[in-house]
Design a binder for this molecule. Structure first.
Ligand SMILES: *Cc1c(COP(=O)(O)O)cnc(C)c1O
Length: 326
């Protein structure tokens, strides 16, 4: 038995699992399935919605009236947080790192539409600005609740522990075929930590491979191990993890966060043209690039069954920053 945490139902669950038969054929490799968490249903969806079901519930349990979080200019996490706030009658303040553009596009456009207030800062001052914003909101009687970057604390990660329970129950094509390996984009680490904790809780024994989006493997493994341990503890199960338990590949960092290279563009085109599925320039494009390269190198063996966990992000395709790239 695991602890039941307060949760507000917002996501459309279970998300579908689809067999990517044309991509599988094209790569002449493992059977590739796609878990459609890009279709979680909250304001164009994505992986943050599962986390926000728990984080928003915790905010309301604490009497909050304002959600505050931070991210990059095209943050999917911020867009979904703004939507969760709107839906629950809460205000939302987003601290975004960057220069306010003349016209908003992609996720930023949606942040405004969803009613979020935006505070701009530089990358260096983001932590301080976030704290100042929180303190001012407290002083102003806005009852703020701070959601960490990417919604990645134990409460948020619990959403992905439960997602493994969903996967095990769902089975692929309801035949109870369980993938040998799950591949996805890993950044602030909450998704991976939740999957790892959930793997232990629900008895998933396959590989859980995070493709790092912006950080070296050792640092990300450490953060994910700590967070997975904390998530297990929150759910009431003893499962301490160490970095060596965590699978991270950081071979695909390329030009850094949000910078698309040739392999990402090819992967985004392949998913679109073979499967009619939209990836994103920052996260899933990079994860798919990694997966496809590992399949071509046979690091992912041709006889495996692979589940590509699609974490969303397509609104960034419409960001001015990527205009003309596709
Ligand atoms: C936030 C995000 C991720 C990374 O998830 P983390 O839990 O931060 O590691 C992956 N894909 C998309 C589209 C995201 O928005």
């Amino acid at each position: 038995m695991i602890n039941t945490l307060p949760r507000i139902q917002m996501a459309h669950l279970p998300t579908a699992i689809e067999f990517a038969h044309r991509l599988t054929e094209h790569l002449n490799g493992p059977r590739i399935y796609i878990k459609r968490d890009d279709q979680t249903g909250l304001a164009l969806g994505g992986n943050k919605t599962r986390k926000l079901e728990f984080l928003t519930a915790d905010a309301l349990a604490h009497g909050a009236r304002t959600l505050i979080t931070a991210g990059a200019l095209q943050s999917n996490h911020c867009r979904q947080t703004a939507a969760a706030a709107a839906r629950n009658g809460l205000a939302c303040i987003l601290v975004l790192a960057g220069q306010p553009p003349d016209t908003a596009s992609g996720n930023l456009l949606l942040d405004g539409l969803l009613g979020a207030k935006i505070t701009w800062c530089s990358r260096e001052t983001r932590e301080q600005t976030l704290q100042d914003t929180f303190d001012r909101a407290s002083a102003d009687g806005l009852y703020p609740y701070l959601i960490p970057y990417g919604g990645s604390n134990a409460i948020g990660a619990a959403g992905y522990a439960m997602a493994i329970g969903e996967l095990m129950e769902q089975g692929i094509e309801s035949n109870a075929v369980v993938p040998d390996r799950i591949v996805f984009a890993s950044s602030s680490g909450g998704t991976q930590a939740g999957l790892v904790a959930g793997g232990q809780i629900f008895g998933y024994t396959g590989k859980i491979l995070g493709i790092s989006v912006d950080e070296n493997a050792q640092d990300l493994k450490e953060r994910v191990a700590d967070l997975a341990s904390a998530t297990g503890e929150l759910l009431g199960v003893q499962c301490p993890f160490v970095p060596a338990d965590i699978l991270v590949n950081d071979d695909y960092l390329g030009g850094g966060y949000g910078v698309m290279g040739g392999l990402e563009i090819e992967s985004i085109r392949l998913f679109a043209s073979l499967e009619g599925i939209l990836l994103d320039p920052v996260y899933t494009g990079r994860a798919a690039a990694g997966m496809i390269d590992l399949v071509r190198k046979k690091v992912i063996a041709p006889d495996e069954t692979v589940l590509f966990w699609h974490t969303g992000g397509a609104p960034a395709l419409f960001a001015d920053a990527y205009r003309g790239e596709f």
